[in-house]
Design a protein around this ligand. Structure first.
Ligand code: TYD
Length: 141
């Protein structure tokens, strides 16, 4: 149903004896033009974020600090993939129509999310049942 699969992408890191600098833009290999970014931090132990999919938004999620796991795939099914994100120069590309959940945050974790669209609540699929139903319909076509 998704236009393509989630995949890890190596970001453009410019190594320097003074420290690393990493840059994202389409010219630097981002799969879309970045329009918005937001970040998630101070996640209490055991909490999960982003249990949803988007109709049109694509995102790249980058662990700026600490680590966390992104699980993609149909919620409640065995058909899921876990991506442990640990490196601030490696992000996870998530195409539209992909259910994702972020969990297992370390205490210092900061998740930077780069989006292809502006915030639009109507672009969200927040119900796992709706998502699975849309997936099933799409698979039949
Ligand atoms: P939400 O998408 O529900 O968080 P999660 O990533 O855990 O699914 O967003 C939490 C709240 O923040 C919600 O009320 C919508 C709001 N929000 C914005 O106003 N603008 C944004 O760009 C984002 C990502 C969220």
């Amino acid at each position: 149903m998704a236009l393509s699969k989630p995949r890890l992408i190596d970001l453009h890191r410019i190594a320097d004896p003074r420290g690393n600098l990493t840059v994202v833009s389409e010219a630097d290999g981002l799969p879309f033009e970045p329009v918005r970014c937001y970040w998630i931090n101070d996640v209490p132990g055991g909490c999960q974020r982003q249990g949803h999919a988007y109709f049109t938004s694509a995102e790249v999620i980058v662990p700026l600090a600490g680590s966390f796991t992104v699980t993609t795939g149909s919620p409640g099914s065995a058909d899921t993939s876990d991506f442990l994100l640990t490196r601030p120069d490696r992000g996870l590309y998530i195409p539209p129509m992909t259910w994702r959940e972020l969990h297992s945050f370390t205490v210092n974790a900061v998740a930077l999310v780069i989006s292809s669209t502006l915030y639009d609540e109507t672009d969200y699929i927040r119900s796992a049942e709706q998502f699975n139903s849309l997936s099933a319909t799409s698979d039949e076509i």
